[in-house]
Design a protein around this ligand. Sequence first.
Ligand SMILES: [Zn+2]
Length: 183
Amino acid sequence: MSDDIAHHYRQIISALGEDPDREGLRDTPQRAAKAMQFLNAGYSQSLEGIVNGAVFESQTDEMVLVKDIELYSMCEHHLLPFIGKCHIAYLPNGKVLGLSKFARIVDMFARRMQIQENLTREIAEAVQEVTQAKGVAVVIEARHLCMMMRGVEKQNSSMTSSVMLGAFRSNQATRQEFLMLIN
Ligand SMILES: [Zn+2]
């Protein structure tokens, strides 16, 4: 697999007018292949494997918020990175999820070819599925290198996407509390 990807990178480097045999580029196809596989490792992970039983009984019914989870993903339109932060909140319904698992869930979906809107939804639905919460809210703020580095070069623009499930969708006070806490 890695060799196959490296072979294609070598062709891309040639097609772009470079010499893939010059010293600085000699190992680039292999390195790039490894990097690309790492950045797409989410395809070989599963929600069940990641959560690995870290769901605990709890009587708390107050909002749990995990803020500022670093996010690195790659846009499926240009295969260029988009980077930012993800905020996740949920209203427990008898169960809570281990804190480190939120970042792992974010990484599993971010390490795939994505658009920000779908990534936001996939994270929200995964947290809902695992916790059976009364509500889940996810907000992602990200900057897209495909927008910053090429074409329009809008270097300071960022995109915000959100998905509200359950009580965060139906109850305005709950939604407001969440939005206030992340701003
Ligand atoms: Zn793009």
